[in-house]
Design a protein around this ligand. Sequence first.
Ligand code: ADP
Ligand code: MG
Ligand code: MG
Length: 888
Amino acid sequence: MVDKKYVYLFREGSAGMKNLLGGKGANLAEMTNIGLSVPQGFTITTEACLEYYEEGEQLPEGLWEQILPAIRDVEDQSGKKFGDPQNPLLVSVRSGARISMPGMMDTILNLGLNPDTANGVSEATGNPRFAHDCYRRFIQMFGDVVLGISSHKFENILEDVKDKQGVRYDSELSPESLQELVLEFKKLVKQETGVPFPDDPYEQLRQAITAVFKSWNNHRAIVYRKANGIPDSYGTAVNVQSMVFGNMGNDSGTGVAFTRNPSTGERHLYGEYLMNAQGEDVVAGIRTPQPIDSLQSENPAIYQQFCDIAALLENHYRNMQDIEFTIEKGRLYILQTRNGKCTASAAIRIAVELCQEGLITKEEAVERIDPQQLDKLLHRRIDDQAKLDVIATGLPASPGAASGKIVFDADDAQRLGEDGQKVILVGTETTPDDIHGMLAAQGILTSRGGMTSHAAVVARHMGKPAVCGCDALKINLAEKTMTVNDIVYTESSEITIDGATGQVIRGSVPMKDPELSDEFQTILKWADEIRTMQVMANADNPPDAAKSREFGAQGIGLCRTEHMFMDPARLPIVQKMILAQTLPEREAALAELLPMQESDFYGILKAMQGLKVTIRLLDPPLHEFLPDGEELAMEIQKLKLTADLNDSKVQEAIKSKESLLKKVRALQEMNPMLGHRGCRLAITFPEIYAMQNRAIFQAAARLVKEGVDVYPYVKIPLVIHHKELEILRQQADEIAQEVMKEQGVTINYKVGTMIETPRAALTADEIAPYADFFSFGTNDLTQTVLGFSRDDAEGKFLPDYINAKVLEVNPFAVLDRDGVGRIMKTCVGAGRKANPDIKIGICGEHGGDPASIAFCQEINLDYVSCSPFRVPIARLAAAQAALKVKSK
Ligand code: ADP
Ligand code: MG
Ligand code: MG
């Protein structure tokens, strides 16, 4: 048997090997092979990590035997030797999963140091300060990451030593102080672990590799995976790489840069660096770094070299790159590159411009935009007219605006967030341990750290507003206060942050709906060229209809009529209709409603001229329009106890309330969702739908006469049997004919049905001959197929089902393909067979969910319909679904 290959030298890998080598390892290999200056090393595969867990947290057999020759190779290339006191090789040990998880896993720098090799470094470089600085950093990192000793304990010692020497910054420490620090750190390790700090570099390496494997399952990595839908089964690779040093003096430094601006997408090198510093110093947000533009004046040659490499990498990967670099004594090394994470608006601008620059096709541009991310673009920002009490300004780290109460602790943020409260997480900086709090908060505000600090990177990725490096804030975490210009803000204070301008504002402020940028319009236009399904909107009134049109909806797929009944001016008439004892009484009330409904439909049909408007006839149970029975009973009780019972007016009032209560009780249902609603109401009271039909067709006739192009579609809800549709369709047709004859016009109308019950779906062949269209109401269909009501499920047991992995996701958010989807597929097949001209679509909330839209494409639906604000998302998702089906 050939031994499994666990270890790949950088020159043996390539960008295509991400699954095996992780993103970082695969790209280090790729950059090595295209000739960039990358410190050499090797990658231990993700398979080795998975086997580590399979074998009960043991390094897989044969792994170590492959590591040793790999180290020899790196030694040969660097001319240094691992553990050699004269000329020691030092390495970093870096994690790197298939999908990048920024800051989620731990990196160890300067590994290979011990008293002998530290002296070796000191002599070889003639720089004892540097040697001992590396050594103390190494002990601290190793102590923290591998040995689990809290870094506060190291920091405390560091503070003591600084005090002793009387200096403020780490960089001012003398070699002697640093040496003392090393000894103190080692003492701490012995104290905490009971064993001395390992001096053998090979032992250090073994422990470090094990620690990276273990970090795959640390708390913050698990939270990050859960939040981003990354499977636990991927594992992480480990990269062992020879060190280069940005902390060798003022001709050395380290930095991070994006090839384009990750907030706006502008094509301009964007990033930060710190001179005389080692990697972690930049991303940790502890010292505030310099913008990359100033490297141009500080070191034009290196800046130019970096610009060239950035351009080369962008061309090579055909995508915006996020690059880590280190300058060692004036020489530039590239330590990492990956496709840059950026805001949704930047992603759109970058995709459009990359396409216009000829690097990618329109299809690729469309495929690259995450439709879920668009949601954030379609969110609110501060109203330009608003008067703002700006208390401070920081860096505009992640755009969008948010208001909320200040919280200083991630756990508090999570608790309050889950409680439905809006909070802004405020801190000096954030760390990967704060992820759960960041997820729960509306926005993030930090007093330190730059545009590439942890808070900024993670917030942009989450699409949350963030303001960073706002140093006017004096934050006191112990007392949970924030002071700005001598004003103290406590945990209950409300603030607003604007991540687009960096402003921090007192109180909450009015927000405004978003508009689509030119690039956004371009991407959507390309998506429209590609997609095959139509995208319609769910809209109940003329303003929503107008918004839908603006967002590119091709019609209204669901116009609910119940909201029109709820209007306070109409409710009494609706109640009169419901409470009517006789048909003439009911018809009188309906006659009062008719002109009102007609004007509703007139408005919507006009707003959507040229496009179809699908109007669903009354759907909810009638008791929804009546007062609550309990409250009514209380009112009666109160009258009886307090009012003058001899007063005839009081008697009258009690009598009428009692008769109302009787009706409310009579209409009360054990299970309203499965009760007297939808078309069942119309079988009992045909006059209700008759009025609605008349209102629709009279409105349409008026508009036709005015020369407006209208397409009313009548949609019958909750059908279970073809006979229902046969009866109700005939009613609609008759009224349409009547109105057309009365008005002397022709109306282009259609009649169809919702498919919301298993029986309707399963007997689609019987129903289809009576329907011009089917519209899956997937909210109700999910309820009826799964047999539980959404409100009860989501409020009570659905979270348990998801935790216990019975269900992977909420089936009311993402269509349940295997159950509901299977029934839909059957329905589509049978319906089309019985009526080849039938148009089939979906109008539940799933119509705006990209995964559900992909399924609709797979089963060949003609359209999806969703809320107006999700229309752009649906247009893009439909294009992506079409591309995916085409590529199969
Ligand atoms: P992360 O995935 O959290 O970014 P990295 O493995 O990229 O972690 O490393 C953290 C920091 O250490 C980065 O700034 C990186 O550039 C730096 N670094 C990693 N390896 C080396 C090395 N061999 N020489 C110098 N700096 C390094
Ligand atoms: Mg990195
Ligand atoms: Mg329904």
